[in-house]
Design a protein around this ligand. Structure first.
Ligand code: AP5
Length: 216
């Protein structure tokens, strides 16, 4: 199964991807996680991406397409793409690479959440810098406050989760990313629209139910 997970910042893409990959044995290919790892390694790509990520803009398409196509080639079986494609140019780049490899996407899962619900999710998010696990101070608490459940140590707040940067990320989403859903609608891809403005477990149930209906 090859899935694309779409949705605004804070829609719960990372949270739901973790559950999808655990259930279906897929690789989780998150453009945001890969970029954060590049930054932590102080690579050339990480340095180029830094300013865009810190201000809530998008890293240039050519860098992202190369990075994600490389990650897809390394994934041996099925995968879930999280945070990619984020522009129509990225979707076209992905299609070109898939066509060359004779592959297709099984479905596009669209997590739908109104902007009003996003700010609380982002400002309350806490992440593990070591294993990438994601928590929330109210909605998904770790067993011990401020500590990763996987024994990695202290949780951190992402720099780009400040209210000012979140507002820029939402603006960027509406200006550049929302059109990606229309791109897949025009291509008559299988699109699973999920109401993600409900508790985390209810969203997971809705996603699993929708995936069970897929003919793959
Ligand atoms: P990225 O890391 O991809 O950020 P994002 O898309 O903005 O998504 P998030 O990771 O913030 O949120 P999420 O939807 O995964 O939500 P989560 O599950 O964590 O990208 C970061 C930056 O990198 C971008 O701004 C850009 O600069 C760059 N970048 C990345 N990809 C790029 C690309 N393709 N092109 C160009 N640039 C790119 O949940 C959020 C919080 O809410 C958590 O605390 C969680 O516990 C909680 N929560 C989740 N679901 C629920 C629920 N149903 N109810 C209540 N709380 C919930």
């Amino acid at each position: 199964m090859k899935l694309i997970l779409l949705g605004p910042p804070g829609a719960g893409k990372g949270t739901q991807c973790k559950r999808i990959v655990d259930r279906y044995g897929l690789a989780h290919l998150s453009s945001g996680d890969i970029l954060r790892a590049e930054r932590a390694a102080d690579s050339e790509l990480g340095r180029k991406a830094q300013h865009f990520m810190d201000t809530g803009g998008l890293v240039p398409d050519d860098l992202i397409i190369d990075m994600m196509i490389g990650a897809i080639k390394k994934a041996s079986g099925g995968y879930v793409l999280d945070g990619f494609p984020r522009t129509v140019a990225q979707a076209e780049g992905l299609d070109e690479a898939l066509n060359k490899a004779g592959e297709t996407i099984s479905a596009v899962v669209s997590l739908e959440v109104p902007d009003e619900a996003i700010l609380d999710r982002m400002t309350g998010r806490r992440s593990c810098p070591k294993c990438g696990a994601v928590y929330h101070v109210v909605n998904l608490k770790p067993a011990t406050e401020g500590q990763c459940d996987n024994g990695c140590g202290p949780l951190v707040q992402r720099k780009d989760d400040s209210p000012e940067v979140v507002s820029n990320r939402l603006k960027t989403y509406h200006e550049q990313t929302a059109a990606v859903l229309g791109y897949y609608q025009k291509r008559q891809a299988s699109i699973l629209q999920i109401d993600a403005n409900q508790p985390i477990d209810a969203v997971t149930n809705a996603v699993f139910k929708a995936l069970e209906g897929l003919d793959v």
